[in-house]
Ligand binder design. Sequence first.
Ligand code: ADP
Ligand code: ASP
Ligand code: MG
Length: 815
Amino acid sequence: MQVLKFGGTSMGSAQAIEQVCEIVKNKKQNGRLTIVASAMSGITDKLIQVGTLAGQGQEQYKSVLEEIENKHLDTIRTLFPITAQSSIISQVKKRVNVLETLCDGIFQVGELSARSLDKIMSFGELVSSYLLAEKLKVSGLSAAWKDSRELIVTDGNYGNAAVNFLATNHQTNQYFQQESATYVVLPGFVAATADGETTTLGRGGSDYTAAIIAAALNADVLDIWTDVSGMMTADPRLVSQAIPIPHISYAEAMELSHFGAKVIYPPTIQPVMDKKIPIWIKNTFAPDDYGTLIHTPDGNGRNYPVTGISGIQKIALLTLEGSGMVGIPGFSKRLFEALLQEKINVILITQSSSEHSITVGIHEADMLKSKQAVDSEFAQEIQEKRIQPLVVERDMSIVAVVGDKMKNHHGTSGKLFAALGRNGVNIRAIAQGSTEKNISVVINKNDVKKALNVIHEAFFETPLKQVNVFIAGVGNVGGKLLEQLNQQHNFLMSELGLHVRVAGIASSKKMAFGHTSINLPEWRQLLENGEASDIKTFAQKIKTLNLRNSVFVDNTASPEVAAIYGEFLQHGISVVTCNKIACSSDYNYYKSLKDTARKFNASFLFETNVGAGLPVINTLNDLIRSGDKVNSIEAVLSGSLNFVFNNFVDGASFREVVKAAQDEGYTEPDPRIDLSGVDVMRKILILARESGARMELEDITNHSFLPAEALNAASVADFYEQLDVHAAHFKGLYEAANKEGKRLKFVARYENGKASVGLQSVAPDHPFYNLLGKDNIVLYTTNRYADQPLIVKGAGAGADVTASGIFADIIRSAR
Ligand code: ADP
Ligand code: ASP
Ligand code: MG
C-alpha cells in the first residue's frame, strides 16, 4: 500500500488535476493506492473569508461564495467530457447549497463559531477529492471516494483538532478491509468528533491526514506531492539559491517544519516515523526530480553540518524579569502554566544564567492574551516590585538552522553569528536545543530575508559570495568604475568567488535600482528613466532594501553625501569613498566613522583620498598594524600641481599652464582648491591621522605661493585674470629655482606631530626631482625604514586610476 497526498497547487486547476491522474496511473505498485487531496489552491483562504464576512454581517460573503462555486464549475467543465458533467455539477451544487444555507444562518446571527468555520472549510477538500475520484473513474480506473470524516476521529478542538488514534486506526482498517477499489481517494484536512461533528486538523493539515492513514494502514511509503522539488535548504521564495535536500532524517524534517518550512505540516512526521514509514516529497510539476526522502538518518554522505534553514515570522518576545526570581524555584513553571491555560504555544525559550530573567517566543497573535495571563499570575509579585510587569516586544522573527550533524561540528554557531554580525543583523535572543539539532535566533522582522540569505551563503554557497554595490556619483570616476565592474564581473566570479552586483546608482538628480542587479551596459539609459532622487532618498532606499554584503560607494565631492556615511556604517553597510571631505573635516567626525565601522563590522575605506589608485593608505596601515612607527612623511600629493610645475618651463605662461591642467581634468572645477594647497593639506592631514595623529586642518602650516589677490578673486574668471596680473611673480619663482639647477615641487611634510605644505625647489639628487606629469610620490621614514624611506610612486590623478582604486576598496570590503 502506498499513500499519496496532493497539495493545493497540485489540485489547483483542471490541468493540474490531469497531471495528478497521470502520476497516479504511472505509479507501479502492488496492491492499492490511497490518495489524499487538498482543497484547490486558495480555496481554504476564501472559505475563511466567506465565514468571517458572514459572521460580521457583511453581505459581500455572497460574492466570494460565488467565486468559489465558479472556480469549481469551470474546473469541471474543462476536466470532464460533457456527458459526465451534469451529474458531477449537480453533486457539487448540492454541497454549495449546504454551504450557502450554513452561511446565511451565520449572517443572520452575526456570529461565526469555530465549529461552523470547520464546516465551511471542509467544503474545499470534500469537493476537490470528489472531483479527483470522478476523474479517475472517467479514465476507466477502479476508484472510490471515501469521506475522511468517517475514518478519522478527533476531539472537539475545532480548527486544530487532536486525533484519537485508537478509534481512527480501527475505523480505517475496517473500511479498507471491505473496500475493493484499487484507488481510494480521501479529502485531506477534515475529520469528525465521535458524535460526527465536522472538525479540521489545522492549516496545512492535509499532509497530516495522509500520515494518519499511512500509519493506520502500515503503508510502504507516504508520498507528499507539492509544487517544489522537495524540502529545500531554505524557503525558495525567500532564498533564490536554495537547493533540494535529497535525504533528511525525521528529526531534521520535524525541526525544519516546526520552524517554518511550510512544505510539510509539522505533526505529519510523528505517526509515520513511529512506524518507520519513509516520506517522499515530490514535485507534481517535475515528477522526474528526485525530491526529498525523509527517513531514518544516515546523512547519505552529506558533508554539511547544517541541513536546512527556516524562519517563522510574526513572533513576539515575552520577558519576565526581576530580582525576586533569583534562586527561587517555580517561576518558570508558573509562567508556562499561565500560558498553557490560554492554550498559547511557546516556540522558543531562553533563560539567562543569572536566573534574573526568562524570555519566551510566541506567535504575535497571542501577545495580548499572554500579557494579561502572565501579569495576573504574578500580580502579587509585581505589586511587591519583586518582578516587573511582563515585557512584550513585537515585530520579531525566528530564524533556525537545523542539522543532525551540528553536534559533531564545532564552529557552527560561530559561523552563524559571524555571518549575521557582518551584515548588521541584530540578534535579540538565542536558543539552542539540548539535542544540538537546532540553533534559533530571534531577530527583527525586517532582517529575515537578509538573514536567511547570508546564513544560506555561509553554509551552502561557500564558493560564491554576493556583494551588493550602491554607487552615488556617476560622472568621470563613477562612469569608469561602472565600466571596470562590468568588464571584471566574470573574472571576480571565477577567480575570487565574488558575485559583485551593482544594485543601485544615483546621480545628483536621479536614481535607479536593478530588480536583481543593474544591467551595466545599460546604466545610462536606466538612470535617465530613473526616479527623481536626492542623497537622502537614495540612502533610505538602500537601507530599506537591506541587502546582504552591501557597499555604498561615494564618487562625489559633496558634503551632503559625506555627512551620511555614519548612517550606513551603523547598518553594517560598508562605505568606500574617493570624497575627501569626511576624512579631512573635523577630527571627531573622522574618528567616529572609524569607530562606528569597527563596532558594526563594516568597512570604511578611502584609499583614493590620497594618490588616487596608488596604495598610499594601505601601505601606511600595513606598516602600523605590523608594529612599525612612522617618523616622517614627505610627499608630492597633488597630481594637478605637479602637472602645472612640470609644464611651467621657460617661456610658458602660468595662466595657460593652469588652464591646460583644468581642461585635461587634472584640477577641481575651481583650480584654486588645488593651487592654494588646500587639497594637499587635506591629503597630508589624512595621512597624519592614519599615522595616529589627532590633527585638524587648521594645525597645518600652508606656505602658499599664490598672491592674495588671486586666492581671494571673486570668481574663477577673475582668478585667471589675477594669474596674468601676477605673471612676474610666478616667473620669478621659476627662475630662482632654475638658476640653481633645481625644480619646483609642491611638497607636503609630516614630522614630530606637525604638518606643513608649500612650494619647494628640489635638487637633482632628490627623489622628487624626476617626478613626471601628474605623478605622486610618498616617502615613509619609519623605525623599520630608517635609512632609506619606503617609497610609493606612480600616477596620482585621473578617472581611470581613481576608479581602479575604488574598485580595489570594494573588493577589499567584500573579502
Ligand atoms: P501544498 O499546497 O502542496 O501543501 P504548501 O504551499 O503547503 O504546498 O508548501 C509548499 C511551499 O512551501 C513551497 O511552494 C515553498 O514556497 C514553501 N517552503 C517553505 N520552506 C520550504 C523549504 N525549506 N523547502 C521547500 N519549500 C518550502
Ligand atoms: N486546505 C487546507 C489549508 O489550506 C489544508 C491543506 O491544504 O493542507 O490549510
Ligand atoms: Mg501544505
